[in-house]
Design a protein around this ligand. Structure first.
Ligand SMILES: [Cu+2]
Length: 443
């Protein structure tokens, strides 16, 4: 977790090498989007869909639509949308509390039967009776749970949320096809201890504004093309060629929630955080005594080894279970690469320290900065290696840096998975943004 300035510079160079792909046109779009982001949705962090009370009810409607991909392609998708809202991908992030009786009404507009499976939830009911796998007259399994019939059918699922944690919801009907087409989303169950805890453990407290979603998925474009054209698809040919984070690929992944040019992909993945500091007096603006929190989910078919550069995470939960022993002993562990298996969820907290208090004047970088001609500047570089300081960029260099904040890349480390049908340095990549100490000029 502790870092040296050597790492900062190394990371910065890796970072800037990556972001040169970020075109000027995209940069302009980013600025426009910031101005248009709704005041009711935070620009970063998890956007919850919730329903107050202890009996939250959601309607999820299966819809078809299109998403934009980093190579300029648009992709036909299926997804769960919120009530009568327009198509969105992925499905809404449903946030509920432990002990709630949750009702989810599935309205199916697709021309094939569909369903919702809630892995990790117990005693799920479907139209008032226990949810069961479905079989045809020949005894062949047709769905892992009760379905809403094609072309307008409905099914009502309900369950009591006994265990806090991070969960997937996804289609249980022909899942290799339907989950592949996009029928999935995240379910967050808040513990009885409070919404700013991950579990019913006092050591699982986090900063509510620094709670992030990393929902990882994949797309085989030929599967989607077959669905779009109403043609059969041979799953023996399945081969993903796009990988996404929260339904977006880089650089769209670092754009705000509800970015204007991604009307069907509302969830950004930029992690915007502040320096951890629990030693200042609580009255100090920079007293920041709780960590950030990332909820990782994998709805794909292979491992996704995600790694935030320069930051070990503390894994505190997996698949809706806190990492603890029989008497509550803490079994959390530090991890650099977060290797999420298919169907898994991982809950990871992290702290970022300005460990050595580097300062341009009083505590400068103890290395020789390379000659300008040997350096590459990216658009997220402030011109100086110091948090909170901005410097001059070379002639022709353009920066997106707003207020001397620092950016660290965070990405899937299976490098073939950070591609979009062969276009490299796209896909499941995002940044961790560390804002300078307060007061600052950041917006
Ligand atoms: Cu890396």
């Amino acid at each position: 977790m502790r870092k040296s300035i050597f790492k900062w510079i190394g990371l910065g160079l890796v970072l800037v090498a990556g972001v040169v792909l970020f075109s000027a046109a995209q940069a302009a779009q980013t600025r426009t989007a910031e101005a248009q982001t709704s005041s009711t949705v935070p620009s970063t962090g998890i956007v919850c869909t919730s329903d107050p009370g202890t009996n939250p009810t959601f309607t999820l409607t299966t819809k078809t639509g299109y998403i934009l991909l980093p190579d300029g392609n648009s992709m036909f998708m299926w997804s769960y949308s919120n009530g009568n809202d327009h198509f969105q991908h992925p499905g809404p992030v449903l946030c509920v509390n432990q002990g709630d009786t949750v009702t989810v009404i599935l309205q199916n507009t697709l021309n094939t039967d569909a369903s919702i499976l809630f892995p990790g939830q117990e005693d799920v009911m479907a139209n008032g009776v226990p949810a069961q796998p479905q079989f045809d007259g020949g005894g062949n399994l047709t769905s892992l749970t009760n379905v809403a019939a094609a072309n307008g059918g409905s099914m009502t699922y309900s369950f009591v949320t006994n265990n806090p944690g991070t969960y997937i919801y996804e289609s249980g009907t022909d899942p290799r096809m339907q989950v592949g087409m996009g029928l999935f989303g995240a379910l967050i169950v808040r513990p009885a201890l409070g919404a700013d805890y991950a579990y019913n453990r006092t050591d699982s407290r986090f900063t509510p504004e620094e709670e992030f979603l990393v929902l990882l998925s994949e797309i085989d474009p030929y599967q989607h093309q077959a669905a779009e054209n109403g043609q059969p698809y041979d799953l023996n040919n399945y081969k993903p060629r796009y990988w996404l984070i929260n339904g977006r690929g880089f650089p769209d992944s670092v754009a705000d929630n509800d970015a204007s040019w991604l009307p069907n992909q509302p969830y950004g993945a930029l992690a915007r955080i502040h320096e951890f500091n629990d030693t200042l007096p609580p009255s100090d603006l920079n007293y920041h005594p709780y960590p950030g929190m990332v909820r990782y989910l994998n709805v794909g078919t292979e491992d996704y080894p995600f790694h935030p550069h320069g930051n070990n995470g503390l894994v505190i939960g997996r698949d809706g279970h806190p990492l603890e022993g029989p008497t509550g002993e803490d079994l959390s562990f530090e991890k650099f690469a977060i290797n999420i298996g298919p169907g898994q969820t991982w809950d990871v907290i992290f702290k970022w320290y300005d460990a050595e208090n580097y300062d341009e004047i009083t505590n400068p970088v103890p290395v020789t900065i390379p000659n300008l001609a040997n350096m590459v500047y990216g658009q997220f570089y402030s011109g100086g290696p110091y948090l909170g300081t901005q410097g001059t960029l070379p002639v022709g260099g353009e920066g997106l840096n707003q207020c001397g904040e620092y950016y660290i890349i965070s990405h899937n480390h299976a490098l073939y998975q950070i591609t979009s049908w062969g276009v490299t340095m796209t896909g499941p990549i995002t940044y961790m943004r560390i804002d300078p100490p307060l007061p600052n000029n950041c917006q």
